[in-house]
Design a protein around this ligand. Structure first.
Ligand SMILES: [Fe+2]
Length: 244
């Protein structure tokens, strides 16, 4: 797969309506992708949470969700808009920005990743009980040997992040499911920066800001709580989009 094909694939599976001026993220979690690189261009906007801030209680508490979404994600959006203003990045979609960003572009790397990762993360959670489809279970079993092995690998990746970062289930350019992790706000779409590239199918934020108020230093407890609120319908949608 060459770089252009990867950009196209990444865009197809990117987060819909990242600038989201009409506030439709909850209603159109992935279907807003227009093809090519998809997504919107700066100025980006903070998408609303697709549920009430207390919807994930007791697994993730209301105050954490409010601060995490309004303050942390809000700051990434504000800082990203400031960082791209007047640069060549201003004419690119967020997926293109992530693909192009290098170590030199520190503010765009951190805040572009922060905006993308959190926009992806909110719809991956749900108060409604969902279950992985047989199709997804089969793909997971085929990739990892068993569902338990997949969960163990994902948990290990999440626990193994030193400091702040993310654990990921990705679809690699070879269309294989894989588990990986990234530091800080990096993600597997950052073509120039990460060793394991791929399209994020599922991600878990393991920054302390995601869990400290309720779970304090007990990251494994937070990871266990995460599995209770995964929106498997969203995971399935992202997987299907990534496969196209
Ligand atoms: Fe976060």
């Amino acid at each position: 797969m060459d770089k252009r094909e990867f950009i196209k694939l990444a865009g197809l599976a990117g987060v819909a309506a990242l600038s989201n001026p009409s506030g439709l993220l909850a209603a159109t979690p992935v279907s807003g992708i227009t093809g090519k690189t998809g997504g919107a261009k700066a100025p980006f906007e903070l998408p609303p949470l697709p549920y009430a801030a207390d919807a994930l209680e007791p697994n993730i508490d209301k105050l954490t969700m409010e601060i995490h979404h309004d303050k942390h994600h809000g700051a990434y959006v504000k800082n990203l808009n400031e960082a791209v203003n007047g640069t060549t990045f201003a004419s690119l979609t967020l997926e293109q920005i992530l693909n192009k960003v290098t170590e030199k572009d520190k503010a765009i790397r951190n805040n572009g990743g922060g905006h993308y990762n959190h926009s992806l993360f909110w719809p991956l959670l749900s108060a409604e009980k969902t279950a992985p489809s047989d199709k997804l279970k089969s793909a997971i079993n085929s990739a990892f040997g068993s569902w338990d092995t997949f969960q163990q690998k994902f948990n290990d990746a999440a626990k193994g992040v030193f400091g702040s970062g993310w654990a990921w289930l990705i679809l690699t350019p070879e269309k294989k499911l894989a588990v990986t992790s990234t530091p800080n706000q990096d993600n597997p779409l950052m073509h120039q920066l990460v060793k394991e590239r791929g399209i994020p199918v599922m991600g878990l934020d393991v920054w302390e800001h995601a869990y400290y108020l309720k779970h304090q230093n007990r990251r494994p407890e937070y990871i266990a709580a995460f599995w209770n609120v995964v929106n498997w319908n969203e995971v399935q949608k992202r997987y299907d989009m990534a496969l196209k």
